[in-house]
Write a protein that binds this ligand. Sequence first.
Ligand SMILES: O=C(CO)COP(=O)(O)O
Ligand SMILES: [Zn+2]
Length: 212
Amino acid sequence: MSEQQLREEMVRYARSMFERGYSSGGAGNISLKLPDGTILATPTNSSFGDLVADELSKVTMDGEQISGQKASKEVLMHLAMYRQRPQCGGIVHLHSPWLTALSCLPGIDPENALPPITPYYVMRVGKLPVVPYIRPGSPLIAEHVEKLAAEHNAILLANHGPIISGKTLREAVFNAEELEETAKLYFMLKPFGMNTLTQENVDELNATFNMK
Ligand SMILES: O=C(CO)COP(=O)(O)O
Ligand SMILES: [Zn+2]
């Protein structure tokens, strides 16, 4: 895809997520890797609802601004994910309601906030580790993400929201949708308890599908 097509794709996915309530106000940010290895990111304080393709921020892998409006304050967190996952082509960070609720829940397992309740959650994400609360925009978030990203394509920031990657932006959005739905199911089921997949089920899915 050309740079122009990728810019338009970012605008389109952002708008679609905005319209479905995945991000409201100026919350969240998105990035993708351009063919020349630089990163296209949403500008800071922009809304997913009305991004402009020509105004998107372009930064180097060192975080240096090349063009467009000033990049998201979380761009270092995105860069940490790209560094650790060479296969990664797109990233979304959301304040989507069910995952953000999960990020505030007492007693969640910091190594995995969501049990394996459905095959598509296992196939697309598998495990969701949690980074302790750190103020938005702090470079410390990037340090935590850097340590987890080689092993995990999605990470939950406590009392904040998720960061989710994919081989392309389209995959990152699909992974985000699956993860948000899984968090919603988790809350629906929590009062009743739930059957989870067995380790054998999980191993079979990982051996059969390669979606991460
Ligand atoms: O979600 C956000 C911070 O965590 C939004 O920040 P930006 O507007 O700088 O992208
Ligand atoms: Zn945020």
